[in-house]
Design a protein around this ligand. Structure first.
Ligand SMILES: [Zn+2]
Length: 132
């Protein structure tokens, strides 16, 4: 959980650490292969859910995916992303709101400082399988 309490601070990360993506992609691949393995089918596509302020870069995820899925049952499987909006809670008035452009600024009381409730997730939602 992150707390943002400076007005100039953006919820969108400026620097992407590619190792985070690699770790995330490895875990997604392992889960997808597990599902495919049970059914003896090939993986056609993956539906991924990504919070809009997740500290992961989608392009970096795609690059890692192309690389590590090679030679597996998930090779050339398409990645589909479903993005979900962020929600934060003001630490002054406790109202919940969706930050505009990743900026924390409470529309109710005008204060800066909020707790991130959602929008940082990244997970595998479903896998589409095809017969060989
Ligand atoms: Zn407020």
């Amino acid at each position: 959980m992150r707390l943002i309490d400076r007005p100039e601070e953006s919820l969108f990360p400026l620097i992407f650490d590619s190792m985070h993506e690699l770790h995330a992609v490895r875990s997604i691949l392992a889960k997808a292969l597990l599902k495919a393995g049970e059914s003896k089918k090939r993986i056609k596509s993956l539906q991924l859910v990504m919070g809009e302020i997740s500290e992961l870069d989608r392009h970096s995820i795609q690059r890692h995916w192309d690389e590590i899925s090679q030679g597996t049952d998930a090779e050339r499987a398409q990645l589909h992303f479903r993005f979900i909006k962020a929600e934060v809670q003001c630490m002054a008035c406790f109202m919940k709101y969706q930050p505009m452009n990743g900026k924390i600024h409470c529309p109710y009381c005008g204060s800066y400082g909020a707790k991130v409730l959602s929008g940082e997730e990244f997970y595998l939602e479903s896998v589409e399988l095809v017969d060989e």
